[in-house]
Design a protein around this ligand. Structure first.
Ligand SMILES: Cc1cc2nc3c(=O)[nH]c(=O)nc-3n(C[C@H](O)[C@H](O)[C@H](O)COP(=O)(O)OP(=O)(O)OC[C@H]3O[C@@H](n4cnc5c(N)ncnc54)[C@H](O)[C@@H]3O)c2cc1C
Length: 415
């Protein structure tokens, strides 16, 4: 019997590709009536691009993404704190890609459909719950638009890849309560703009009071003037969450632009770029406490359904990609599906728990917080007066280790 995958997002599609490569049949059921390239920017760090390279997708991704050259850290006065070369530029065997989430999803979808067949992705199927017995699972669906009950689907196992509002997670943990607010609200957008710096740099500027901004290009040469599509994210410390979490919720410029009104840097006029946005979305920075278990007999959780994390550090997508690979390997190596799902959980729950907790306490941009605190949010004469290059490298390395893209370890796994 097939593996039933619920959700054709980043995790569900990667799992589908991995299972297909392992010769394990699967079908993916997606709530959206049509899979559209939604979202804004997402980053694929080397631990994720390694997996996608193994799936033969590096060339397709490189065609639609920006191959990121470095991450540049600045204070809010536009003073450079540190340049961190990334991907191949930083000595990894794999690139770092900055990409539109929709482009990533389409590359995964096209590859899956081409390899496994168009009938293997079934849309307009909103999962409502799952039951299991000794021989398999029965997954229940309704039509997303009409709400009519659809025929239940039998499978050997079911994998919930249904994202932050996972129905299957709720079925197993009905009393979880609301998501945990981190104290930050976030506005995200995309703007068609001239390339800045080398046209491939991701910049992180400032700290959460008054604002921190992350900016990076995600599409190259989008018009005759050679402009790029620039993704930006503004985080501001506020007492209450701005809204319910919803990836598609429209945001308002006036709610955040005042916090960075004078951020005109020689390389970029930040407020002008935000003002020219095609689209502004808002999202409260929330996550959920790590779960005590993911696998329940023949049903398990994957990606955001398993470990919703604060969307900082480019790891939501990456960890779901790693989950997909681990689960396919466990299913390939272990004949008993219940034991395979347990083995998958043992492999992936501890490291993703660490990422969830580290994103709360010591995020990838901890460098900016350190400089903010040491300078009292004032300009510095030279960065070495504030923090040594060794300390900076140490802070960055710590996050890389926890998130699983420490260069030496990643390389060793490839060897
Ligand atoms: C519309 C959208 C826009 C996003 N935009 C961004 C972004 O701009 N930047 C960013 O970093 N991350 C974004 N994300 C989140 C990001 O994709 C995930 O954090 C990460 O990639 C983990 O992937 P996932 O597969 O676990 O979840 P997702 O990629 O969220 O995929 C979940 C999938 O499950 C489907 N689904 C949900 N409920 C059901 C159900 N009951 N039955 C069947 N299918 C269901 C959803 O439609 C979706 O296709 C977005 C997610 C979505 C859904």
């Amino acid at each position: 019997m097939d593996v039933v995958i619920v959700g054709a997002g980043i995790g569900g599609l990667t799992l589908g590709l991995r299972l297909h490569a392992a010769g394990i049949p699967c079908r993916i059921f997606e709530a959206a009536p049509e899979i559209k390239p939604l979202g804004v920017g997402i980053n694929l760090l080397p631990h994720a691009t390694k997996e996608l390279t193994e799936l033969g997708l590096q060339t397709d991704l490189a065609r639609v993404a920006i191959t990121t050259s470095k991450i540049a850290y600045y204070n809010r006065f536009g003073q450079l704190i540190h340049n961190d070369p990334c991907g191949r530029h930083g000595g990894y065997e794999w690139p770092q890609f900055s990409i539109h989430r929709g482009d990533l999803q389409m590359v995964l979808l096209e590859a899956f459909v081409q390899r496994a067949g168009t009938d293997r992705v079934i849309t307009a199927h909103r999962c409502t719950g799952v039951k299991q017995d000794d021989t398999g699972v029965t997954v229940h669906f309704e039509h997303t638009l009409t709400k009519d009950k659809l025929p239940p689907q039998r499978g050997a196992i079911a994998v919930a890849c249904d994202g932050i509002h996972s129905v299957i997670r709720k079925q197993f943990f009905p009393n979880e309560g609301p998501p945990r607010y981190s104290g930050l609200n976030m506005w995200r957008g995309v703007t068609r703009w001239q390339p800045f710096l080398d046209g491939a740099t991701m910049v992180r500027v400032g700290w959460h009071k008054p604002a921190k901004v992350l900016i990076y290009p995600i599409r190259d040469n989008i018009d005759a003037q050679g402009r790029q599509l620039i993704n930006w994210v503004c985080d501001i410390e506020q007492e209450t969450p701005i809204a319910q979490r919803d990836w598609n919720r429209q945001g308002r410029l006036d709610d955040f632009i005042g916090a960075m009104e004078d951020w005109w840097f020689p390389w970029l006029d930040v407020p002008a770029m935000c003002r020219a946005a095609d689209q502004i979305l808002e999202y409260p920075m929330v996550d959920q406490d790590p779960l005590p278990r993911w696998s329940h007999g023949r049903v398990t959780l994957l990606g955001d359904a398993a470990h919703p994390m604060l969307p900082r550090g480019a790891n939501g997508g990456a960890q779901s990609i790693l989950d997909g690979s681990a689960l396919a390997t466990c299913l390939r190596l272990t004949a008993d599906p219940v034991a395979a799902l347990k083995a998958y959980e043992e492999r992936r729950r501890p490291p993703t728990t660490q990422v969830v907790l580290t994103n709360r306490s010591e995020p990838p941009d901890a460098v900016l917080e350190e400089v903010y605190k040491r300078t009292g949010d004032k300009p510095f004469r030279q960065i070495d007066d504030v923090i040594s290059q060794g300390e900076l490298a140490g802070l960055l390395k710590r996050y890389q280790r926890v998130a699983g893209f420490d260069k030496e370890k990643l390389q060793a796994r490839a060897g």
